[in-house]
Write a protein that binds this ligand. Structure first.
Ligand SMILES: Cc1cc2nc3c(=O)[nH]c(=O)nc-3n(C[C@H](O)[C@H](O)[C@H](O)COP(=O)(O)OP(=O)(O)OC[C@H]3O[C@@H](n4cnc5c(N)ncnc54)[C@H](O)[C@@H]3O)c2cc1C
Length: 481
Protein backbone atom coordinates (compact mmCIF):
# COMPACT_ATOMS: atom_id res chain seq x y z
CA UNK A 1 0.00 0.00 0.00
CA UNK A 2 1.31 3.49 -0.85
CA UNK A 3 1.78 5.81 2.13
CA UNK A 4 -0.80 8.59 2.45
CA UNK A 5 0.42 12.13 1.70
CA UNK A 6 2.05 13.54 4.85
CA UNK A 7 1.63 17.18 3.91
CA UNK A 8 0.03 19.40 1.26
CA UNK A 9 3.07 19.29 -1.02
CA UNK A 10 2.78 15.49 -1.17
CA UNK A 11 -0.98 15.73 -1.71
CA UNK A 12 -0.45 18.19 -4.57
CA UNK A 13 1.88 15.67 -6.20
CA UNK A 14 -0.78 13.02 -5.67
CA UNK A 15 -3.41 15.16 -7.41
CA UNK A 16 -1.06 15.67 -10.36
CA UNK A 17 -0.47 11.92 -10.57
CA UNK A 18 -4.20 11.10 -10.37
CA UNK A 19 -4.97 13.57 -13.16
CA UNK A 20 -2.22 12.10 -15.28
CA UNK A 21 -3.51 8.54 -14.68
CA UNK A 22 -6.93 9.74 -15.87
CA UNK A 23 -5.38 11.67 -18.78
CA UNK A 24 -6.95 14.89 -17.59
CA UNK A 25 -7.39 17.49 -18.82
CA UNK A 26 -8.18 16.22 -22.32
CA UNK A 27 -6.13 17.74 -25.13
CA UNK A 28 -7.70 20.73 -26.79
CA UNK A 29 -9.90 19.61 -29.71
CA UNK A 30 -11.96 22.71 -30.55
CA UNK A 31 -11.16 25.17 -33.32
CA UNK A 32 -10.22 28.71 -32.32
CA UNK A 33 -13.05 31.02 -33.36
CA UNK A 34 -12.48 34.77 -33.63
CA UNK A 35 -14.94 37.58 -33.03
CA UNK A 36 -14.07 41.27 -32.99
CA UNK A 37 -10.40 40.41 -33.31
CA UNK A 38 -10.24 38.09 -30.29
CA UNK A 39 -10.39 34.33 -29.88
CA UNK A 40 -13.64 33.39 -28.13
CA UNK A 41 -13.48 31.63 -24.80
CA UNK A 42 -15.06 28.21 -25.15
CA UNK A 43 -16.96 28.95 -21.94
CA UNK A 44 -17.05 31.80 -19.44
CA UNK A 45 -18.28 31.10 -15.92
CA UNK A 46 -19.84 33.84 -13.79
CA UNK A 47 -19.03 33.10 -10.15
CA UNK A 48 -16.02 31.47 -8.53
CA UNK A 49 -17.80 29.96 -5.50
CA UNK A 50 -18.10 26.22 -4.93
CA UNK A 51 -20.28 25.63 -8.02
CA UNK A 52 -18.14 27.92 -10.19
CA UNK A 53 -14.93 26.15 -9.13
CA UNK A 54 -16.36 22.69 -9.75
CA UNK A 55 -17.82 23.48 -13.14
CA UNK A 56 -14.67 25.35 -14.24
CA UNK A 57 -12.65 22.26 -13.36
CA UNK A 58 -15.11 19.90 -15.09
CA UNK A 59 -15.15 22.01 -18.27
CA UNK A 60 -11.35 22.22 -18.23
CA UNK A 61 -11.14 18.43 -17.98
CA UNK A 62 -13.14 18.27 -21.22
CA UNK A 63 -10.31 20.15 -22.97
CA UNK A 64 -12.19 23.46 -23.08
CA UNK A 65 -10.66 26.90 -22.56
CA UNK A 66 -12.63 28.33 -19.65
CA UNK A 67 -12.30 31.43 -17.50
CA UNK A 68 -14.41 32.32 -14.46
CA UNK A 69 -15.14 35.84 -13.21
CA UNK A 70 -16.06 36.69 -9.62
CA UNK A 71 -16.78 40.09 -8.18
CA UNK A 72 -15.35 39.22 -4.77
CA UNK A 73 -11.68 39.31 -3.74
CA UNK A 74 -9.72 36.07 -4.10
CA UNK A 75 -10.44 33.59 -1.32
CA UNK A 76 -13.68 35.28 -0.25
CA UNK A 77 -16.08 33.95 -2.86
CA UNK A 78 -19.43 32.63 -1.67
CA UNK A 79 -20.85 32.86 1.85
CA UNK A 80 -18.33 30.82 3.86
CA UNK A 81 -15.88 33.52 5.00
CA UNK A 82 -18.21 36.48 4.56
CA UNK A 83 -21.91 36.27 5.39
CA UNK A 84 -22.24 32.72 6.79
CA UNK A 85 -22.34 32.54 10.60
CA UNK A 86 -22.64 28.85 11.47
CA UNK A 87 -19.80 27.22 13.41
CA UNK A 88 -19.68 24.14 11.18
CA UNK A 89 -21.23 22.92 7.94
CA UNK A 90 -24.54 21.10 8.17
CA UNK A 91 -23.27 18.45 5.75
CA UNK A 92 -21.58 15.26 6.93
CA UNK A 93 -17.79 15.42 6.60
CA UNK A 94 -17.74 12.38 4.29
CA UNK A 95 -19.44 14.07 1.33
CA UNK A 96 -17.10 14.27 -1.62
CA UNK A 97 -18.45 17.61 -2.89
CA UNK A 98 -16.39 19.21 -5.66
CA UNK A 99 -13.91 16.29 -6.00
CA UNK A 100 -15.21 15.19 -9.44
CA UNK A 101 -14.65 11.54 -8.53
CA UNK A 102 -10.91 12.06 -7.86
CA UNK A 103 -9.97 10.77 -4.37
CA UNK A 104 -7.02 13.13 -3.84
CA UNK A 105 -9.31 16.15 -4.44
CA UNK A 106 -11.67 15.35 -1.55
CA UNK A 107 -11.91 17.37 1.64
CA UNK A 108 -10.81 14.25 3.52
CA UNK A 109 -7.60 13.92 1.51
CA UNK A 110 -6.86 17.62 2.10
CA UNK A 111 -7.63 17.33 5.83
CA UNK A 112 -5.66 14.12 6.42
CA UNK A 113 -2.60 15.43 4.55
CA UNK A 114 -2.37 18.20 7.15
CA UNK A 115 -3.80 16.75 10.36
CA UNK A 116 -3.63 12.96 9.90
CA UNK A 117 -6.22 10.17 9.99
CA UNK A 118 -6.65 10.26 13.80
CA UNK A 119 -7.82 13.87 13.68
CA UNK A 120 -10.10 12.93 10.79
CA UNK A 121 -11.67 10.19 12.92
CA UNK A 122 -12.16 12.71 15.74
CA UNK A 123 -13.62 15.42 13.48
CA UNK A 124 -17.38 15.79 13.84
CA UNK A 125 -18.56 18.42 11.32
CA UNK A 126 -16.35 20.52 9.05
CA UNK A 127 -15.64 23.99 10.55
CA UNK A 128 -17.02 26.68 8.23
CA UNK A 129 -13.74 28.53 7.63
CA UNK A 130 -11.87 25.29 7.09
CA UNK A 131 -14.27 24.52 4.22
CA UNK A 132 -13.30 27.85 2.65
CA UNK A 133 -9.61 26.98 3.08
CA UNK A 134 -10.26 23.71 1.27
CA UNK A 135 -11.97 25.53 -1.63
CA UNK A 136 -8.97 27.91 -1.84
CA UNK A 137 -6.64 24.94 -2.10
CA UNK A 138 -8.88 23.24 -4.71
CA UNK A 139 -8.64 26.29 -6.96
CA UNK A 140 -4.89 26.52 -6.53
CA UNK A 141 -4.02 22.84 -7.00
CA UNK A 142 -6.07 22.65 -10.19
CA UNK A 143 -4.67 25.95 -11.47
CA UNK A 144 -8.16 27.21 -12.34
CA UNK A 145 -8.38 30.47 -14.27
CA UNK A 146 -10.58 32.55 -11.97
CA UNK A 147 -10.42 36.34 -12.26
CA UNK A 148 -11.42 38.16 -9.06
CA UNK A 149 -12.69 41.69 -8.62
CA UNK A 150 -14.58 41.28 -11.91
CA UNK A 151 -18.31 42.01 -11.75
CA UNK A 152 -20.39 40.97 -14.74
CA UNK A 153 -22.83 43.82 -15.36
CA UNK A 154 -24.52 42.64 -18.56
CA UNK A 155 -24.97 39.40 -20.50
CA UNK A 156 -25.69 39.86 -24.20
CA UNK A 157 -26.57 36.72 -26.17
CA UNK A 158 -25.41 37.43 -29.75
CA UNK A 159 -26.69 34.44 -31.72
CA UNK A 160 -23.48 32.45 -32.13
CA UNK A 161 -21.73 33.69 -28.99
CA UNK A 162 -22.36 35.67 -25.82
CA UNK A 163 -20.87 39.00 -24.78
CA UNK A 164 -20.16 39.75 -21.14
CA UNK A 165 -19.74 43.29 -19.94
CA UNK A 166 -17.41 43.23 -16.95
CA UNK A 167 -16.54 45.93 -14.43
CA UNK A 168 -13.14 45.66 -12.79
CA UNK A 169 -10.49 47.85 -11.18
CA UNK A 170 -9.26 48.86 -14.65
CA UNK A 171 -12.70 49.89 -15.90
CA UNK A 172 -15.21 48.19 -18.17
CA UNK A 173 -14.23 45.42 -20.57
CA UNK A 174 -16.12 43.09 -22.89
CA UNK A 175 -15.28 39.39 -22.98
CA UNK A 176 -16.81 37.03 -25.52
CA UNK A 177 -17.51 33.34 -25.09
CA UNK A 178 -19.30 30.61 -26.99
CA UNK A 179 -21.14 29.56 -23.83
CA UNK A 180 -21.72 31.19 -20.47
CA UNK A 181 -22.43 29.47 -17.16
CA UNK A 182 -24.18 31.31 -14.33
CA UNK A 183 -22.68 29.98 -11.09
CA UNK A 184 -24.00 32.93 -9.16
CA UNK A 185 -25.11 31.21 -5.97
CA UNK A 186 -28.09 30.35 -3.81
CA UNK A 187 -29.60 33.72 -4.64
CA UNK A 188 -28.13 33.48 -8.13
CA UNK A 189 -31.24 34.64 -9.99
CA UNK A 190 -32.53 37.04 -7.35
CA UNK A 191 -31.91 38.01 -3.79
CA UNK A 192 -33.29 37.90 -0.26
CA UNK A 193 -36.94 37.01 0.20
CA UNK A 194 -38.38 39.75 2.42
CA UNK A 195 -41.93 40.45 3.60
CA UNK A 196 -43.38 43.64 2.05
CA UNK A 197 -43.62 45.24 5.51
CA UNK A 198 -39.86 45.98 5.50
CA UNK A 199 -40.58 48.79 3.05
CA UNK A 200 -41.88 50.90 5.93
CA UNK A 201 -38.78 50.36 8.13
CA UNK A 202 -35.67 52.57 8.06
CA UNK A 203 -32.82 50.53 6.55
CA UNK A 204 -30.49 50.92 9.56
CA UNK A 205 -33.02 49.14 11.82
CA UNK A 206 -33.09 45.82 9.99
CA UNK A 207 -30.95 43.34 8.01
CA UNK A 208 -31.47 40.16 6.05
CA UNK A 209 -29.54 37.20 7.43
CA UNK A 210 -27.36 37.18 4.27
CA UNK A 211 -26.35 40.83 4.68
CA UNK A 212 -22.89 41.77 5.87
CA UNK A 213 -24.38 43.03 9.09
CA UNK A 214 -22.15 44.37 11.89
CA UNK A 215 -23.11 42.07 14.74
CA UNK A 216 -20.76 43.78 17.20
CA UNK A 217 -23.06 46.80 16.96
CA UNK A 218 -25.88 44.66 18.44
CA UNK A 219 -24.19 44.50 21.88
CA UNK A 220 -26.66 45.60 24.52
CA UNK A 221 -29.57 45.73 22.05
CA UNK A 222 -32.92 43.94 21.84
CA UNK A 223 -32.96 41.92 18.63
CA UNK A 224 -35.82 40.12 16.88
CA UNK A 225 -35.03 37.32 14.44
CA UNK A 226 -37.79 36.34 12.02
CA UNK A 227 -37.69 32.66 11.01
CA UNK A 228 -36.67 29.27 12.35
CA UNK A 229 -34.30 27.89 9.72
CA UNK A 230 -30.54 27.43 9.92
CA UNK A 231 -29.79 31.06 9.12
CA UNK A 232 -32.23 32.24 11.83
CA UNK A 233 -30.35 30.20 14.42
CA UNK A 234 -26.96 31.34 13.09
CA UNK A 235 -28.03 35.00 13.19
CA UNK A 236 -29.53 34.66 16.66
CA UNK A 237 -26.46 32.79 17.96
CA UNK A 238 -24.09 35.39 16.54
CA UNK A 239 -26.13 38.28 18.01
CA UNK A 240 -26.17 36.59 21.43
CA UNK A 241 -22.44 35.92 21.33
CA UNK A 242 -21.90 39.57 20.37
CA UNK A 243 -23.65 40.57 23.62
CA UNK A 244 -27.22 41.33 22.51
CA UNK A 245 -29.37 42.18 25.55
CA UNK A 246 -32.01 39.70 24.37
CA UNK A 247 -32.98 37.88 21.19
CA UNK A 248 -36.58 37.01 20.37
CA UNK A 249 -37.08 34.46 17.62
CA UNK A 250 -40.49 35.08 16.06
CA UNK A 251 -41.56 31.82 14.40
CA UNK A 252 -44.81 31.66 12.41
CA UNK A 253 -45.11 27.87 12.62
CA UNK A 254 -46.50 26.17 15.69
CA UNK A 255 -43.39 23.98 15.78
CA UNK A 256 -39.85 24.09 14.43
CA UNK A 257 -39.44 21.67 11.50
CA UNK A 258 -37.75 18.53 12.78
CA UNK A 259 -37.21 16.23 9.81
CA UNK A 260 -35.14 17.02 6.72
CA UNK A 261 -37.22 15.19 4.09
CA UNK A 262 -34.68 16.07 1.39
CA UNK A 263 -32.18 13.70 3.04
CA UNK A 264 -34.28 10.78 1.82
CA UNK A 265 -33.80 11.99 -1.75
CA UNK A 266 -30.02 12.04 -1.48
CA UNK A 267 -29.08 8.98 -3.50
CA UNK A 268 -27.67 8.22 -6.97
CA UNK A 269 -31.15 7.34 -8.23
CA UNK A 270 -32.49 10.83 -7.64
CA UNK A 271 -29.30 12.45 -8.95
CA UNK A 272 -29.68 10.66 -12.29
CA UNK A 273 -33.44 10.13 -12.37
CA UNK A 274 -34.88 13.51 -11.41
CA UNK A 275 -34.19 15.31 -14.68
CA UNK A 276 -36.36 12.97 -16.73
CA UNK A 277 -39.16 12.65 -14.20
CA UNK A 278 -42.62 13.82 -15.29
CA UNK A 279 -43.55 17.44 -14.58
CA UNK A 280 -46.25 16.27 -12.16
CA UNK A 281 -43.78 14.32 -10.07
CA UNK A 282 -41.23 17.12 -10.05
CA UNK A 283 -43.90 19.54 -8.86
CA UNK A 284 -45.12 17.12 -6.21
CA UNK A 285 -41.63 16.58 -4.82
CA UNK A 286 -40.56 20.23 -4.78
CA UNK A 287 -43.82 21.50 -3.26
CA UNK A 288 -43.68 18.81 -0.57
CA UNK A 289 -40.11 19.80 0.29
CA UNK A 290 -41.07 23.49 0.35
CA UNK A 291 -43.99 22.79 2.68
CA UNK A 292 -41.97 20.58 5.03
CA UNK A 293 -39.04 23.05 5.13
CA UNK A 294 -35.54 22.16 6.23
CA UNK A 295 -35.00 22.02 10.01
CA UNK A 296 -32.13 23.97 11.53
CA UNK A 297 -29.20 21.79 12.62
CA UNK A 298 -29.57 20.68 16.26
CA UNK A 299 -26.20 22.21 17.21
CA UNK A 300 -27.34 25.57 15.82
CA UNK A 301 -30.51 25.51 17.95
CA UNK A 302 -28.48 24.58 21.04
CA UNK A 303 -26.08 27.44 20.28
CA UNK A 304 -29.05 29.78 20.76
CA UNK A 305 -30.93 28.06 23.57
CA UNK A 306 -27.89 27.92 25.87
CA UNK A 307 -28.36 31.69 26.33
CA UNK A 308 -30.93 32.55 29.01
CA UNK A 309 -31.78 35.77 27.14
CA UNK A 310 -32.95 33.91 24.00
CA UNK A 311 -36.70 33.38 23.58
CA UNK A 312 -38.39 31.09 21.05
CA UNK A 313 -41.91 32.38 20.23
CA UNK A 314 -43.77 29.69 18.27
CA UNK A 315 -47.03 30.31 16.39
CA UNK A 316 -46.02 33.96 16.30
CA UNK A 317 -46.80 35.40 12.85
CA UNK A 318 -45.54 38.86 11.99
CA UNK A 319 -48.46 41.13 11.10
CA UNK A 320 -46.93 44.60 10.79
CA UNK A 321 -43.81 46.57 11.64
CA UNK A 322 -43.28 50.25 12.28
CA UNK A 323 -40.49 52.43 13.56
CA UNK A 324 -41.03 54.69 16.58
CA UNK A 325 -37.88 56.74 16.83
CA UNK A 326 -35.00 54.25 17.06
CA UNK A 327 -37.34 51.44 18.18
CA UNK A 328 -39.14 48.93 15.97
CA UNK A 329 -42.63 47.85 17.03
CA UNK A 330 -43.48 44.41 15.69
CA UNK A 331 -47.18 43.50 15.83
CA UNK A 332 -47.60 39.73 15.80
CA UNK A 333 -50.38 37.19 16.22
CA UNK A 334 -49.15 36.91 19.84
CA UNK A 335 -48.94 40.61 20.66
CA UNK A 336 -46.46 43.45 20.18
CA UNK A 337 -42.67 43.34 20.59
CA UNK A 338 -40.46 46.42 20.92
CA UNK A 339 -36.93 45.84 19.68
CA UNK A 340 -33.88 47.80 18.55
CA UNK A 341 -33.06 45.71 15.48
CA UNK A 342 -34.75 43.08 13.29
CA UNK A 343 -33.02 40.30 11.34
CA UNK A 344 -35.11 38.69 8.62
CA UNK A 345 -33.92 35.10 8.18
CA UNK A 346 -36.51 34.57 5.50
CA UNK A 347 -34.50 32.89 2.75
CA UNK A 348 -34.02 33.71 -0.93
CA UNK A 349 -36.20 33.99 -4.01
CA UNK A 350 -35.95 34.34 -7.76
CA UNK A 351 -36.22 38.06 -8.38
CA UNK A 352 -34.78 38.98 -11.75
CA UNK A 353 -35.19 42.70 -11.03
CA UNK A 354 -32.72 42.38 -8.15
CA UNK A 355 -30.06 41.30 -10.66
CA UNK A 356 -29.90 43.92 -13.43
CA UNK A 357 -27.15 42.01 -15.25
CA UNK A 358 -29.72 39.29 -15.98
CA UNK A 359 -32.25 41.67 -17.57
CA UNK A 360 -31.99 40.18 -21.07
CA UNK A 361 -32.20 36.61 -19.76
CA UNK A 362 -35.21 37.55 -17.61
CA UNK A 363 -36.99 39.00 -20.63
CA UNK A 364 -36.63 35.90 -22.80
CA UNK A 365 -36.22 32.87 -20.51
CA UNK A 366 -39.04 30.38 -20.05
CA UNK A 367 -40.07 29.60 -16.48
CA UNK A 368 -42.10 26.81 -14.96
CA UNK A 369 -45.15 29.10 -14.98
CA UNK A 370 -45.18 28.65 -18.73
CA UNK A 371 -44.75 24.91 -18.50
CA UNK A 372 -47.39 23.67 -16.05
CA UNK A 373 -50.66 24.78 -14.52
CA UNK A 374 -50.84 23.04 -11.15
CA UNK A 375 -53.87 23.34 -8.89
CA UNK A 376 -51.83 24.56 -5.92
CA UNK A 377 -49.95 27.15 -7.99
CA UNK A 378 -50.94 30.09 -5.80
CA UNK A 379 -49.26 28.57 -2.74
CA UNK A 380 -46.02 28.04 -4.62
CA UNK A 381 -45.58 31.04 -6.88
CA UNK A 382 -41.86 30.99 -6.07
CA UNK A 383 -41.43 27.55 -7.63
CA UNK A 384 -43.30 28.58 -10.77
CA UNK A 385 -40.83 31.44 -11.19
CA UNK A 386 -37.89 29.02 -11.48
CA UNK A 387 -36.38 28.69 -14.95
CA UNK A 388 -37.42 25.82 -17.21
CA UNK A 389 -34.03 24.53 -18.31
CA UNK A 390 -32.82 22.15 -21.01
CA UNK A 391 -30.75 19.00 -20.43
CA UNK A 392 -27.44 20.86 -20.05
CA UNK A 393 -28.95 23.50 -17.71
CA UNK A 394 -29.43 25.88 -20.65
CA UNK A 395 -32.12 28.56 -20.55
CA UNK A 396 -34.87 28.04 -23.11
CA UNK A 397 -36.69 30.87 -24.91
CA UNK A 398 -40.22 31.60 -23.77
CA UNK A 399 -43.02 31.29 -26.34
CA UNK A 400 -42.73 34.09 -28.87
CA UNK A 401 -39.27 35.20 -27.72
CA UNK A 402 -36.54 34.96 -30.34
CA UNK A 403 -33.81 32.41 -29.61
CA UNK A 404 -31.07 34.96 -30.08
CA UNK A 405 -28.65 32.77 -28.19
CA UNK A 406 -30.27 32.52 -24.77
CA UNK A 407 -29.69 28.77 -24.83
CA UNK A 408 -25.96 29.52 -24.86
CA UNK A 409 -26.39 30.62 -21.25
CA UNK A 410 -26.51 27.81 -18.66
CA UNK A 411 -27.95 28.11 -15.17
CA UNK A 412 -25.71 26.27 -12.70
CA UNK A 413 -27.10 27.56 -9.43
CA UNK A 414 -29.80 26.55 -6.97
CA UNK A 415 -32.81 27.75 -9.04
CA UNK A 416 -32.10 24.90 -11.50
CA UNK A 417 -33.65 22.59 -8.89
CA UNK A 418 -37.10 22.27 -10.53
CA UNK A 419 -35.61 21.12 -13.83
CA UNK A 420 -32.59 19.14 -12.72
CA UNK A 421 -33.01 18.27 -9.02
CA UNK A 422 -30.63 19.51 -6.36
CA UNK A 423 -27.34 19.03 -8.20
CA UNK A 424 -26.24 22.62 -8.73
CA UNK A 425 -26.33 24.25 -5.31
CA UNK A 426 -25.46 22.10 -2.32
CA UNK A 427 -22.36 20.06 -1.57
CA UNK A 428 -23.71 16.48 -2.00
CA UNK A 429 -24.16 16.29 -5.79
CA UNK A 430 -22.25 19.33 -7.05
CA UNK A 431 -19.76 17.18 -8.99
CA UNK A 432 -22.57 15.22 -10.67
CA UNK A 433 -24.18 18.48 -11.79
CA UNK A 434 -20.88 19.95 -12.98
CA UNK A 435 -20.05 16.88 -15.02
CA UNK A 436 -23.52 16.79 -16.58
CA UNK A 437 -23.20 20.41 -17.57
CA UNK A 438 -19.64 20.03 -18.88
CA UNK A 439 -20.56 16.99 -20.97
CA UNK A 440 -23.59 18.84 -22.33
CA UNK A 441 -21.54 21.87 -23.36
CA UNK A 442 -18.72 19.78 -24.85
CA UNK A 443 -21.22 17.80 -26.93
CA UNK A 444 -23.09 20.91 -28.07
CA UNK A 445 -19.87 22.67 -29.13
CA UNK A 446 -18.74 19.60 -31.04
CA UNK A 447 -22.07 19.39 -32.91
CA UNK A 448 -21.90 23.10 -33.73
CA UNK A 449 -18.46 22.63 -35.29
CA UNK A 450 -19.32 19.41 -37.11
CA UNK A 451 -18.12 20.75 -40.49
CA UNK A 452 -14.73 21.44 -38.96
CA UNK A 453 -14.56 18.05 -37.25
CA UNK A 454 -15.65 16.26 -40.42
CA UNK A 455 -13.01 18.08 -42.47
CA UNK A 456 -10.42 17.19 -39.86
CA UNK A 457 -11.49 13.57 -40.06
CA UNK A 458 -11.31 13.53 -43.86
CA UNK A 459 -7.91 15.22 -44.02
CA UNK A 460 -6.45 13.22 -41.17
CA UNK A 461 -3.51 11.41 -42.80
CA UNK A 462 -1.27 10.03 -40.12
CA UNK A 463 -0.69 6.39 -41.05
CA UNK A 464 -0.76 3.77 -38.35
CA UNK A 465 0.16 0.91 -40.67
CA UNK A 466 2.95 1.46 -43.23
CA UNK A 467 2.59 -1.45 -45.64
CA UNK A 468 5.82 -3.08 -44.45
CA UNK A 469 4.03 -5.21 -41.89
CA UNK A 470 3.01 -7.99 -44.31
CA UNK A 471 3.83 -9.56 -47.67
CA UNK A 472 1.04 -10.01 -50.21
CA UNK A 473 0.65 -13.59 -51.43
CA UNK A 474 1.41 -14.22 -55.12
CA UNK A 475 -1.61 -14.45 -57.47
CA UNK A 476 -3.41 -17.71 -56.69
CA UNK A 477 -2.67 -20.51 -59.15
CA UNK A 478 -5.89 -22.26 -58.51
CA UNK A 479 -8.71 -22.63 -56.02
CA UNK A 480 -7.53 -23.27 -52.47
CA UNK A 481 -8.67 -26.61 -51.22
C1 LIG B 1 -25.07 30.28 5.19
C2 LIG B 1 -25.07 29.11 4.28
C3 LIG B 1 -24.69 27.87 4.74
C4 LIG B 1 -24.70 26.76 3.91
N1 LIG B 1 -24.30 25.54 4.38
C5 LIG B 1 -24.36 24.46 3.58
C6 LIG B 1 -23.96 23.15 4.03
O1 LIG B 1 -23.58 22.96 5.16
N2 LIG B 1 -24.04 22.12 3.16
C7 LIG B 1 -24.45 22.28 1.88
O2 LIG B 1 -24.50 21.32 1.12
N3 LIG B 1 -24.84 23.49 1.42
C8 LIG B 1 -24.79 24.58 2.23
N4 LIG B 1 -25.19 25.80 1.74
C9 LIG B 1 -25.72 25.88 0.38
C10 LIG B 1 -24.62 25.95 -0.71
O3 LIG B 1 -23.68 24.93 -0.56
C11 LIG B 1 -23.92 27.29 -0.68
O4 LIG B 1 -24.84 28.31 -0.92
C12 LIG B 1 -22.78 27.39 -1.70
O5 LIG B 1 -22.10 28.59 -1.45
C13 LIG B 1 -23.28 27.35 -3.13
O6 LIG B 1 -22.20 27.55 -3.99
P1 LIG B 1 -22.36 28.46 -5.28
O7 LIG B 1 -21.06 28.45 -5.97
O8 LIG B 1 -23.58 28.03 -5.99
O9 LIG B 1 -22.65 29.93 -4.73
P2 LIG B 1 -21.70 30.93 -3.98
O10 LIG B 1 -20.75 30.18 -3.13
O11 LIG B 1 -22.58 31.93 -3.33
O12 LIG B 1 -20.86 31.64 -5.15
C14 LIG B 1 -21.45 32.52 -6.06
C15 LIG B 1 -20.39 33.50 -6.50
O13 LIG B 1 -20.90 34.23 -7.61
C16 LIG B 1 -20.36 35.53 -7.57
N5 LIG B 1 -21.20 36.41 -8.37
C17 LIG B 1 -22.54 36.56 -8.31
N6 LIG B 1 -22.96 37.46 -9.21
C18 LIG B 1 -21.87 37.88 -9.89
C19 LIG B 1 -21.65 38.80 -10.97
N7 LIG B 1 -22.65 39.48 -11.53
N8 LIG B 1 -20.38 38.98 -11.41
C20 LIG B 1 -19.34 38.31 -10.85
N9 LIG B 1 -19.49 37.44 -9.82
C21 LIG B 1 -20.74 37.22 -9.36
C22 LIG B 1 -20.36 35.86 -6.08
O14 LIG B 1 -19.43 36.86 -5.77
C23 LIG B 1 -20.05 34.51 -5.44
O15 LIG B 1 -18.67 34.40 -5.07
C24 LIG B 1 -25.14 26.90 2.57
C25 LIG B 1 -25.54 28.16 2.11
C26 LIG B 1 -25.49 29.26 2.95
C27 LIG B 1 -25.94 30.60 2.41
Amino acid sequence: MTASPANLAELNACVARDLSYLTLPANRWLPDIEKAGEVLLDTAVIGGGMAGLTVTAALGHMGLRVTAFDERPQGFEGPWATTARMETLRSPKTLTGPALGIPSLTFRAWFEAQFGPEDWARLDKIPRLQWMDYLRWYRQVLGLDIRNGQRVSDIRPMGDHVELQIEGPDGTQVRRARRVVLATGRDGLGGPSLPPLVDGLPRHLWAHSSDRNDYAALAGKRVAVIGAGASAMDSAGTALEAGAARVDLLIRRADIPRVNRGMAMGNPGSVYGMRDLSDDWKWRIQTSLAEAQVPPPRASVLRVSRHANAQFHLGCALVSARAEGEEVVLETSKGAYRVDFVIFATGFKVDWAARPFLARIARDARTWAERIEPRNARDHAGLLGLPDLGPAFEFLPRAGAPDAGISRVHCFCYPAVMSQGNISGDIPAISDGARRLARGIAGALWREDIDHHYQRMMTHNIPEVFGDEWTAAPHPQGVLA
